[in-house]
Design a binder for this molecule. Structure first.
Ligand code: ADP
Length: 489
């Protein structure tokens, strides 16, 4: 098999690190062989990035000219949506319907940040001194480390690369070990769109070696990270040592609440989508469900019926709902959580096993699983499983509900299903999470900031502020008086 080159400082070359592979989670076949970036590639990429962002070819280009590159990338992505979605399905095993949506989301993100950069202004700060004028400009930070996980390649990469480039920076992209292919493809498309060489490097490799070296490098001036809380906390220390800013989008264990007046059909479908799409491999998965006791039996009967009808199958088959998990090791970890839940007294109401269909035997499949009767402080209710596993509780009292919903180290998102908007609003204010979906779930708008409370992270991505996070302010004072300063008289 031909080796896939990586993008180092504007040059496509074989990495100087260890051999690695992209593997199809549905059958274990090898999609691509490559060599990871090595430490010398990190040095070369960062040296090129540092030169490229300071060169007149990028940061001093008119904003609409920088935007034009992002618009072109967006068009190229959409023109190749099917090809990119197919490649991503091979790389991480998500069904085609989901990977098509992720590709479209990446294109939309590039377009949005192009538009934001065109309309970004400096600020005239109110001059309090009669003989002085003041204003504040936004300047790029320099070289940005963008570190991404394997669950939403291209969409999560673009969420970092587009605002960072739009702001005039250079980016060193480190995709997850399991999913290098879409980030490399993105590097190709930026090149085709006319991005000057060196502004974007794509360095696949081991997080603890290559990711670490990128983040620790003195020339790297911001770390934008999406991934696990343990790694995020570690990178916050790295950033603190260097006195640089970070954005950390981390784990979740998001509660979904079904109020007594919810539209049950809507709520059931929303809950199923919220936990089981992407086979639960989403930081925002609605993995803890609280149903009002008065509707519990009715809701659970419908929930189980819809869940049992989900099509578990090959990700390249249209109509598949539940596709394989990313790796055999990850599937084992999900299974171990379910075993632990059983041991802790949980009732497995559906799933709780690997499917017995021989056609699925060579993939990392796990059945959609619903568990009740667990104590809320048990492991399966507290830790992020990152798989198709939902734990369920009934509640009567709203104060008790809020206490349990907030009884978790994470605070990424929550869902509320109710016909009463006053109730929804007051509940939403009491939940310690960064995003609340009311009568919907897992809906995203690029213009709406996203990020976590508590151990789910710090900083926000998306929105107009999403570009400013990649800039620093410089304030200027202009003396308007012809008189000298009298101090030394
Ligand atoms: P997940 O649980 O989603 O795999 P990780 O935090 O392990 O989360 O990985 C997310 C990303 O962070 C991956 O690209 C991984 O290679 C990278 N990573 C892991 N450890 C480090 C580190 N010490 N420094 C920088 N990046 C890292």
């Amino acid at each position: 098999m031909k080796q896939q080159p990586i993008l180092v400082g504007g040059e496509w070359k074989l990495g100087s690190g260890n051999p690695m592979q992209s593997v199809f989670p549905a059958d274990g076949s090898v999609n691509a062989e490559l060599r990871a970036a090595g430490l010398e590639d990190v040095e070369a990429a960062i040296a090129a990035a540092d030169a490229a962002w300071q060169a007149p070819g990028w940061r001093d280009r008119l904003p609409h000219e920088r935007a034009a590159v992002l618009y072109r990338v967006s068009d190229l992505i959409m023109a190749r949506q099917e090809e990119l979605a197919a490649l991503q399905t091979r790389d991480n095993g998500k069904p085609l319907a989901e990977t098509r949506a992720l590709v479209a989301s990446a294109a939309g993100t590039a377009r949005y940040f192009a538009a934001v950069s065109e309309t970004l202004d400096s600020e005239i700060t109110t001059p309090r001194l009669p003989d002085t004028m003041t204003f504040s400009q936004y300047e790029p930070l320099g070289v940005i480390a963008a570190i991404t996980p394997w669950n939403s390649p291209i969409a999560s990469e673009m969420q970092k690369v587009a605002p960072a480039l739009a702001a005039g920076n250079a980016v060193i992209m480190k995709p997850a070990e399991a999913t290098p292919l879409l980030a490399l493809k993105m590097g190709e498309l930026f090149e085709e769109a006319g991005l000057p060489k060196g502004l974007l490097s794509v360095l696949p490799g081991k997080g603890s070696v290559i990711g670490e070296a990128i983040c620790r490098h003195p020339r790297v001036r911001r770390i934008s990270f999406t991934g696990g809380t343990r790694t995020g906390r570690h990178l916050a220390h790295v950033a603190a040592d260097k006195l640089i800013s970070t954005s950390l989008e981390l784990g979740g264990k998001s509660p979904t609440i079904v109020c007594p007046d919810a539209n049950l059909e809507q709520a059931v479908k929303g809950v199923v989508f919220g936990i089981f799409s992407s086979s639960g491999q989403a930081c925002i998965a609605g993995s803890r469900l609280f149903i009002h006791a008065s509707r519990y039996d009715e809701f659970m009967a419908r929930l189980l019926a819809v869940t049992r009808n989900l099509r578990v199958g090959h990700p390249e088959t249209e109509g598949t709902h539940i596709s394989p998990l990313i790796t055999p090791e990850h599937r084992d970890s999900v299974a171990a959580y379910v075993d632990q839940a059983r041991a802790d007294g949980g009732r497995i109401l559906c799933g709780g096993a690997i499917p017995d269909d021989p056609a699925l035997a060579s993939g990392n499949y796990y059945l959609p699983t619903i568990i009740d009767s667990l104590p809320h402080d048990s492991v399966a209710c507290q830790e992020e499983i990152f798989g198709p596993v939902l734990v369920v509780f009934s509640y009567r009292d709203e104060d008790e509900l809020v206490r349990l919903a907030n009884d978790n180290v994470y605070g990424l998102a929550a869902g509320i299903w109710t016909a009463d908007y006053q109730r929804a609003f007051s509940l939403a204010r009491r939940l310690a999470v960064g995003t609340v979906w009311i009568n919907t779930y897992k809906k995203f708008s690029i213009s709406t900031p996203f990020g976590g409370y508590k151990d789910s992270g710090i900083g926000r991505e998306k929105g107009r502020q999403g570009v400013l996070a990649y800039m620093q302010q410089k304030s200027l004072y202009l003396g308007m008086s012809p008189e000298p300063i009298g101090w030394s008289d």
